[in-house]
Design a protein around this ligand. Structure first.
Ligand SMILES: Nc1ncnc2c1ncn2[C@@H]1O[C@H](COP(=O)(O)OP(=O)(O)OP(=O)(O)O)[C@@H](O)[C@H]1O
Ligand SMILES: [Mg+2]
Length: 249
């Protein structure tokens, strides 16, 4: 294995985001390849802001941002697009096109200039891999919330991004679809070595699927560490209060 393979996928230091006040400060955060990161914390803590910064939707105004070993200079739009092409972002609710599921999934591949002749094969393989063949010909706007969200994630991973960013992907879904989506995420990690950052309000979900947990409170990363430690008596006192439902906010 070469040295580059051991480098973190993403490293950020000294980055903050100011709106009317500072809403997020990242002293230091590093994401390793092939892990699932669960981001938890109270409403308004800065979880979605963190995803937007990782995705460069909100470019950092200072500090350092290094993706796959290369530093990103703020204002370099070509570089920003290049990095963004390696990532996929899925929100709590996704609008699908009013066309077939196959077409919806093919869209991301076309946008990334995958040769037309390869697209159909890749869409079929992906739908089979995810056990979603049954939905292939359904129209995007006729799906249930859970089905639509599974398709949204399938569409996001179709071009095999290095980093999958999920903002509360299972909020308001039924237990069956939640389980199916968690299985999707775990198999993508296992089979394709994808790195995932998932924001969730459900601490049990983080416990179920995350390797590492990032706990954010009041715009600060209070703690990041292996799931076993974060959910143990060794966790930071604030983290413990939050995961045990004792935090007042
Ligand atoms: N575009 C914006 N303009 C002004 N303030 C913003 C903007 N986006 C976010 N904020 C503020 O930044 C803080 C963090 O917001 P963020 O959406 O990251 O929180 P969150 O942890 O994702 O919350 P939730 O769990 O409710 O989704 C909040 O105080 C929010 O009001
Ligand atoms: Mg949010």
């Amino acid at each position: 294995m070469s040295m580059t393979d051991n480098r973190p996928l993403l490293e950020m230091t000294g980055i903050n985001k100011v709106f009317h006040k500072e809403v997020l400060r990242i002293e230091s955060l590093s994401l390793d390849k092939g892990l699932i990161y669960g981001v938890i914390g109270p409403s308004g803590a800065g979880k979605s802001t963190l995803l937007r910064i990782i995705n460069l939707l909100t470019p950092p105004t200072r500090g350092t941002y290094r993706f796959m070993g290369e530093a990103f200079e703020n204002g370099n739009d070509r570089e920003r697009l290049r990095i963004q092409r390696e990532m996929a972002l899925v929100f709590q609710r996704t609008l699908l096109f009013r066309e077939s599921v196959r077409h919806n999934i093919a869209y991301g591949l076309k946008a990334r200039r995958v040769p037309r002749k390869d697209i159909e094969k890749r869409v079929d393989e992906l739908l089979a891999y995810l056990g979603m063949e049954g939905l292939a010909h359904r129209r995007g706007d006729t799906l249930s919330g859970g089905e639509a969200q599974r398709v949204a994630i399938a569409r996001a991973v179709a071009f095999e991004p290095k980093l999958l960013l999920l903002d509360e992907p299972t909020a308001n879904l039924d237990p069956r679809n939640i389980a199916l989506i968690e299985d999707m995420i775990l198999s993508m990690k296992r089979d394709k070595g994808i790195t995932v950052v998932m924001v969730t309000h459900n601490v049990f979900q983080a416990k179920r699927i995350a390797d590492e947990v990032i706990f954010i409170d009041e715009g600060r990363i209070v703690e990041t560490g292996p799931v076993e430690r974060v959910f143990s008596s060794e966790a930071h006192v604030k983290t413990r209060a939050y995961v045990e439902g004792r935090m007042i906010y």
